[in-house]
Write a protein of this length. Structure first.
Length: 453
């Protein structure tokens, strides 16, 4: 049976890896090195027609199908032994229309090449904090940008989606065509079809006032207290994050980060230099040890967060939080501060609100984030013992702030565990998602990392 399925898949696509093949282990390895995915087959489609053919073959064979770009959020996948994994990296075309301020990218496109191509025309995209994140997964899951408090989620600036449905049909969806699909895929991820291309708006930013402020970790309580107070009145033009970071003493890290622990605030301000400096003055009054905030090219903004650009063995947890009082400072420092003994590499709070928190008329299934802050904690995993410690510490830190300050809402792009995906959507939107998925994929062929079910 396996040989028959393999032969059928190889007729559907040029590059197919089956268990036991020399290239199978490399093909199933993704950006999140702690995930051990063992799909029934790994296919690298080279065209949309190959995707359609693979889906039809999977249907006949009783297999499921899941697309994957980089695998930054592959932790929630369950058993893939009955699933064909579509690696979309060969569909990475990028076209920029400078007159329309719009980009069209293929399913496998990464953010940094898109940012660089847009910048050649004096334009910027609503990219995230990782240069090597896949555009499609990031955007269809919502898309939280350094320009987010001014412009909202990236999903709401998608103008068209091309996708292959569960029966192999190829469709293009926009506001005037296939409106239900267009709505569902903007926030619903890979649950209603395999996205093969996205079109989205670009913005006329050649530069931004962006960078980071850093203090020794011993000053974390004072810095966090000031940042929480400052975010309450921060204008929509500024989007920042507060982090507690512990850098290992490895040569790959640049000085002065190597082997040091920091409290750090980074982000971007969409204002002129004088206004940006006025906005940041209350933070700079705390005399950071490092201060890289300055006028920088739009291409530099994608790297201000210092996210790793190669696959890493990490794991963690996340939560959407409501407004945080000053009492939250003591809770977070006790759980993840200098004397906490935590194994976590990063404990982060991203400031939401602004356009990120306002429902968008005509927006997608996830038009806004229902919270004031997004908490995300990450640890490095080197084996079963460190994984257990990381997950225990992650749960403890999230629980410390979520207790009394969270309604259990989720942002799935940052959620690394399986769970109740309904908590990511408004109730009415969740019911509409269920109805649309049941209509376009009645047999449940598509297996998303966060399934709508």
């Amino acid at each position: 049976m396996i040989n028959e399925i393999g032969a059928a898949l190889r007729k559907s696509a040029r590059t197919v890896h089956l268990p036991g093949d020399d290239g199978y282990d490399r093909a199933r390895t993704n950006w999140s090195l702690t995930t051990d995915l063992r799909p029934a087959a790994v296919v690298y489609p080279e065209s949309v027609d190959e995707i359609s053919a693979v889906i039809r073959t999977a249907n006949r064979a009783g297999l499921r199908v899941t697309p994957m770009g980089t695998g930054h959020n592959s932790h929630p996948f369950g058993d893939l032994s009955g699933t064909v994994l579509l690696r979309t990296s060969r569909l990475a075309g990028i076209d920029v229309d400078p007159a329309a301020r719009r980009a069209r990218v293929g399913a496998g496109a990464l953010w940094l090449p898109v940012v660089e191509k847009a910048a050649a025309y004096g334009l910027a995209a609503l990219h995230g904090s990782s240069p090597d994140t896949g555009v499609v997964g990031y955007t269809t899951g919502g898309g939280l940008s350094w320009y987010g408090r001014r412009h909202g989620l990236a999903a709401n600036h998608v103008t068209a989606v091309e996708l292959v449905l569960a029966d192999g049909t190829q469709v293009r969806a926009d506001a005037a065509h296939e409106a239900d699909l267009f709505w569902a895929v903007r926030g619903g991820g890979a649950n209603v079809g395999v996205v093969t291309a996205l079109e989205f708006d670009l913005f006329p930013y050649e530069t931004a006032y962006a960078g980071a402020l850093a203090w020794d970790l011993a000053k974390a309580p004072e810095v966090l207290a000031r940042w929480l107070e400052w975010t309450v009145g921060a204008p929509d033009e500024v989007t920042t994050a507060y982090r507690l970071l512990r850098f290992p003493p490895i040569p790959e890290l640049p000085q002065p980060f190597r082997g040091r622990d920091f409290a750090m605030i980074d982000g971007a301000v969409l204002a002129d230099d004088a206004e940006a400096e006025r906005i940041l003055r209350p933070l700079r009054e705390l005399k950071p040890e490092l201060d890289s905030f300055a006028r920088v090219p739009a291409t530099a903004v994608s790297r201000i967060h210092l996210d790793p650009e190669e696959p890493v063995p990490g794991d963690g947890a996340a939560a959407l939080l409501d407004a945080l009082p000053q009492s939250a400072v003591d809770k977070l420092i006790e759980a993840a501060g200098a004397d906490s003994g935590t194994s976590l590499f990063s404990t982060e709070l991203r400031h939401l609100g602004g356009a990120l928190g306002r429902p968008v008329a005509g927006g997608g299934a996830l038009s806004h984030l229902d919270g004031e802050y997004l908490m995300s904690v990450v640890g490095i995993v080197t084996g079963p013992v460190s994984k257990a410690a990381t997950l225990a510490d992650a749960a403890r830190v999230v629980r410390a702030l979520a207790t009394g300050h969270s309604r259990g809402r989720k942002y799935l792009n940052f959620t690394q565990q399986q769970g109740d995906t309904s908590r990511a959507f408004d109730p009415a939107d969740w019911l509409r998602l269920l109805e649309i998925r049941a209509k376009v994929d009645p047999t449940g062929l598509l297996q998303a990392n966060h399934e709508i079910r």
